[in-house]
Write a protein that binds this ligand. Sequence first.
Ligand SMILES: [Zn+2]
Ligand SMILES: [Zn+2]
Length: 625
Amino acid sequence: MKVVLPDNSELELPDGATGLDAARAIGPKLAEQAVLVRSNGNIQDLRAPLADGQEIQILTTRDTHDPDALSVLRHSTAHLLAEAVRRLYPGTKIAIGPPIENGFYYDFEFPEPIGEEALERIEQEIQHELEEGRAWNREEVAAEQARSYFAEQGEEYKVELVDTADGPITMYTQGDFTDLCRGPHLQDSKPIKAVKLTGLAGAYWRGDEHNTQLTRIYGTAFYDQADLDAYLEQLEQARARDHRRLGTQLDLFHLSDHAPGMPFWHPKGMVIWNALEDLRRRENLKRGYVEVKTPLLYDVGTWVTSGHWEKFKDEMFIVPYSDRELGLKPMNCPGHMLLFGSDLRSYRDLPLRYAESSTLHRNERAGTLHGLLRVQHVTQDDAHMFVTPEQIEEEIFGCLDFAAYLYDLFGMEARFELSTRPENKLGTDEEWDFTEGALKNALERRGIDYTVNEGDGAFYGPKIDLHMTDVLGRSWQMGTIQLDSQMPARFGLSYMGEDNAEHTPYVIHRALFGSLERFIGILIEHYAGAFPFWLAPVQIRVIPIGEAHRAAAHRLADELGDYRAEVDERNETVGKRIREAEVEKIPIVILYGDKESDESLAVRERGGEQSTKSLSELREYLATL
Ligand SMILES: [Zn+2]
Ligand SMILES: [Zn+2]
């Protein structure tokens, strides 16, 4: 038989040859380093037979960042975990142990519950196994043989898995531990260079709450210790930046079951909120938008007209009213359509840009809510532009320019994705050629690199999605710019053209922050709570050294009254008050004692840098921040 290698060359092998045989035929070094066969996107154990004509790629210990190579390593480590647990805790029953994103888990039924402190001991036992070395043996067996093996061991979960399995049954053995498993597995444990058990959780057998609750042990493994170190460092950074933790620590907001998924904003959080609102308003004004305000509740008929009732009904809150029902708006579009339709419009009125930062409500399933990142109470920096076909490109250009300006302001790298006509599109291919072309031209003219998601547009038009990459390299979907030819028609909107005939306008839906709630959540994590000076809830804190300096400290704070300045005159040591200002991440702290005067102020910046400045020098400096 023959198999096809990645360079399209063919390799002759005896019938029934395995991936390992193929590796050996190519070279002993490859055979030694091989961890897995990949074939047309599927993964296969090295010891499983290949088919005639099969295309194969052999992954090795050098593919240290390949997701498939990592998953076979991690799943093999899960088997080492099960072996360790069975040895340390006799009587433990084992359930399942698959690889997951960034690691693996294994579910156990322990005779006595274990705590987090047990993880270290189990991890050491895995280290012993690695030092001794383990090799995996793969065996295809009859169901009855597998069943009686696990029944004898009292492994009732494995017996149930055998009974419900379809296809051939395979068992993998390492040392004196045998597990029921489809594989694939490593040849041996040598490539496993770094293991970490990361946590414990409860999990029901087969995810069903009527079943026994098992203990799930999570872990991860890598081909290289440095990769594990980098991963743990990133986890630690993400934990330190968690916006829910920082939201409490910095007194910005809280969430409560009184209003699920609807944040309570504290005074300091509102400073950030209002700074973003001011920014939005100022830029909108500069860029020719007009601000409007439309109702929160609309008759259900309005939602039927807009199409939301058909597509979005389950995510809407419905409120009874007299003998009918009103829907709380999940989007501003219908309100803006009705506003446009409330008067006669001419081509001279276009483009007409309605901006509204309104509160929207979306009925999200309880389990999906997550801090500020997924809320039910959404405040979008929304706008709708009504345009003629000729104005589309210029208007999209304006949106892109606006978005690039905003993301740059926050030091975030923007990424743009253009989504094109889907299968269920409305309108002709000529119309789509025109609209997609307008979006592409705008992107290229603004000098923006973008990727194309073929077929991912909405049925009513193409769109551009905006993503940002934060300092940890995590990508977030932010705003969206969507061209729409359908909703204006559904609402019967028209304008009088230059030709004295009525035309249906196009509308562009756009939000650049996305939602303020989510945007602030992302900003908190991006800055790790250390906001730039212009956004910081408290910009300056004056600390009088002793009681005698309080009056002077207040006078100084008043002098700096055009900034958000305050005095910390509590009866605490200076050291403690400085430390607390650091925890609160306040950008500028001024100490005021006997030696200080308006001519000589002790200024301490966030991060620890200290200097002496006169009041006028300080003012000059602050103006640069
Ligand atoms: Zn396995
Ligand atoms: Zn809209």
